[in-house]
Ligand binder design. Sequence first.
Ligand SMILES: *[C@@H]1O[C@H](CO)[C@@H](O)[C@H](O)[C@H]1NC(C)=O
Ligand SMILES: *[C@@H]1O[C@H](CO)[C@@H](O)[C@H](O)[C@H]1NC(C)=O
Length: 335
Amino acid sequence: MYLLSALSLSVAAIFAVAVSVDFAPLSDAEIEYINSLEGNTWKAGRNFAASDLDRVKRLLGVDIEANAEYNKLHLSYPKMVYPDGDLPATFDARKNWPKCATIKDIRDQSNCGSCWAFGSVEAQSDRHCTIRNITVRLSPEDVLSCCEDCSGSPGKGCLGGFPASAYDYWRKTGVVSGGPYGSKDTCYPYEIPPCHTPTPNCTKLHATPQCTRKCIPGYPKSFEQDKHYGEFSYAVKGVELIMKELVNNGPVTAAFMVFSDFMSYKSGVYKHVSEQYLGGHAVKIIGYGTEDGQDYWLVANSWGTAWGMQGFFKIAKGSDECQIEDAIVAGIPQK
Ligand SMILES: *[C@@H]1O[C@H](CO)[C@@H](O)[C@H](O)[C@H]1NC(C)=O
Ligand SMILES: *[C@@H]1O[C@H](CO)[C@@H](O)[C@H](O)[C@H]1NC(C)=O
């Protein structure tokens, strides 16, 4: 009896130390603590200035609970048919489709909670290539600014939205091309300049840009001519089906819970150590693998290439880490 309770007490004590840090988000103390943890699968470092916390929280533009509800009501859950055969142990869509340049993209949402638009158009762009052999970099701004049903209310774009609604928009309205801020070779490039850290210009949330429904001057096509459409969109549930979907069709959109330590991710396979929840975030999964015995998903973030591993990260696979396996959305482009 005594032995048992002593044992469970020490297990509880170890558990408490291993899964919970109560340091100030983005503090040096939090970073040092993560890197000091025995057996931790990832490394932390400085991606954002500690003073940027308020701005950084606004990058998280998905309400996880509302998103789950939205998906239940708006997405189909088809029984997709995939070819027989074993799945590869490691998969990286960049290597599988080397000609599909957009898979390698890391974009920058800047100080706007537009992750839901980025995570969606990024995967849609890739699939125009992987499935239809068309190279196009779709415009997050078209979705962010012009989709009136995407955020519950028009103009709410930078305050957040639902990936599945961005897929509806792609199917019904189409999405024009759109590269990074300042680029000239697409119809509707991103209008919000990147934030440099620490950045006096980005202390406030950027207002959602007005929808113009016009390509930039000099672009050779009209807004309507430049639209690229989805044929259908759907949810993917279950680790093995997500893997099959990635291998057979290409990148997918995911949403997950962000804890404070994620902001300081630098390398390795992320599992949350902090319990300080900051908000929900949408991203694009491009592959999977195993590192030092830990299975992971390979993911593209939209916080520029200075964040994480040149903008990418790995997160534990198979344990629904931060609910990343719960809200997968995928789509098939029209011919
Ligand atoms: C894909 O598109 C390229 C460029 O338009 C073309 O050269 C190639 O033959 C196409 N591949 C297939 C499988 O259709
Ligand atoms: C901040 O904004 C001002 C005025 O718009 C501009 O001149 C300056 O270059 C910006 N600084 C940075 C770091 O973006």
